[in-house]
Design a protein. Sequence first.
Length: 506
Amino acid sequence: MDKIVILDYGSQYNEILLTKLRELGVYSLIVPKTTTASKIKELKDVKGVILSGGPSIIGEEVKNAPDSKLFDEEILNLNVPVLGICYGMELLAHHFGAKVTSVKDREFDKHVIRLSNSCPLFFNLRDEIVVYITKSDRISDIPSSVQIVAESSSLGPVAFAKDYVYGVMRHPEVDGSEEGRELLSNFIDICGCKKEWSLENFLENKINEIKEEVKDEKVILGLSGGIDSTVAALILHKAIGDNLTCLFVETGLHRVNEASVILNRFREKSKIQLDVADEGELFLNRLKGVVDPEEKRKVIVDTFIEVFKKYAKKIGDFKYLGQGTLYTDIKESKWGGKSKVISGTAEDIGFKIIEPIKELTKAEVRELGRKLGLDEAFIKRQPFPFPGLAIRIIGEVTLLKLEILREANEILSQEVRKNHLETELYQYFCVLTNIDSTGVEGNNKIYYHTIAIRAVTSNNGINADFYKFDMNFLERVSRRIVNEVRGVNRVVYDITAKPPSTIEYQ
Ligand code: XMP
């Protein structure tokens, strides 16, 4: 299948870029920035290369290591069009001998740019458009062999072309950046890519692939209740029917009624065999005395694997373990980032692994979920971390603290639902802090817990902003929590964005 390869220089928008190219019908994939031209060739049918944006500053890189190569220049000899975006553009400009000057104050802002529509990248685009550009390094002294094809009065040259190599300072993949989709579509045309990718084709091919691999063997899949494992289960079920069994591990770290809602919905919506490992007590015992957040995660993962192994042995003879690993999870774990908690552990359990959605991004899994008949409320459900409420309790996890947190969280959820705010919020939850503070109850002073409310807006969890609730809403939630939840006498609202804070507290 024809494809476009994205070299990853660390831009937070790379997954959006990947999804946009695929939406335009072209299979694309992200590879590490160190990938050489010969490795790209091995990927077969590569019709174009994109050098992505990224946080590095060319000037500093050159100063620190003047002799090191910033990219494999042989990529320009692959005889396929190359597009550099933002940092990728600067890399190419530097390679062609232009001057790249650092600007310390990096702001992502709107700029008006004028385009030369003789450049095929801008074919059918308006002459003047408004785009988002990171005010980063400036490009000047561009050699005459390189054609400047877009300029802005505030930034100077913002795009260039040299034969089949293009550089644009803007991020065409970012929503709200005018004509970004058209620019990507033009690049696809320049590459001469056949548009062979669609989720329908993907599904059909994946089902055949699984049938061929698994044959009559049995597969077990850990169902978490989230969209990834659910979509993975639905695809596997289409391929192998009753040879698939799902196992839900009740860790006791879920929110009010969460486990039963997950199980009932799954049983209603599918005919997939489902077993439940009810092991809340075991998880709580293992978490006794554990305070460090990473240690909590490790205890939960280890216990999960132990429980999974035990039940899998009990309920059948499984050769394969199905997992809802996403493209991002694989990319992050292979390239040294934070991996999805249970992926990478499958071999330890002694199964062969099967990952039906490992080529897909989160946005694509949601879209596929819709095509497979999942309802919108489920698809838009807020993310819930694998370690569950354990990382929303600062300090040791106890049954009492879990109950306090569940009750407080349920009040927040009820009020959010009542005020129809679910669709505006990416995530909202309570955290049981380890601050005990003074309160009054009758004539007595009491030292009770403090609940923090966290509610954020975000597109993908990478950046997030705190939600500006109406004060009356916060007052009502606070009043209800201190009145209705025994053990809480103070409620605070978290008003920090990510970055610098993370969404979760641990
Ligand atoms: P942070 O807290 O890093 O979270 O801003 C970003 C997103 O990831 C979720 N999250 C986790 N999910 N296991 C998970 O499965 C984890 O250990 C974990 N930690 C954070 C978090 O809920 C948010 O959606």
